[in-house]
Design a protein around this ligand. Sequence first.
Ligand SMILES: [Zn+2]
Length: 138
Amino acid sequence: MTQKPIPIPDEISGPFFDGTRDGRLMLQHCFACDGWSFPVRERCPHCFAAPLQWRAASGKGTLYTFAIMHQVMNPGFAGATPYNVCQIDLAEGVRMISNVVGVPNADLRIGMDLEVMFDDVGDNVRVPKFRAVAGEKP
Ligand SMILES: [Zn+2]
């Protein structure tokens, strides 16, 4: 069976994946304008300052939107369909693409409260995924 692709951390994304391995969602923060940014980049998208600093995010967010994938675009996902691809608005003000786990696709709701968890995908890499906050009515 073909495996799902595993992210390969590089010089720029390394601190992000170091964080996920340790159970922390790391985002880049700009001391010049107090802005957060994601995805990983070399300069602040708000004021173009550099370098950005890595800080642990709260891991809290809400579901902005989602799609349900039925088509197998990569053979590694053949056993996973249908699966959700979600955009999550993090409390820090950035939007992240991920999956919501532990919630049936039919019960996903825009605006639902989510919190990060980390999924071990192999090769010593963990990726952030999101689950409903305890008490959230799906
Ligand atoms: Zn900035």
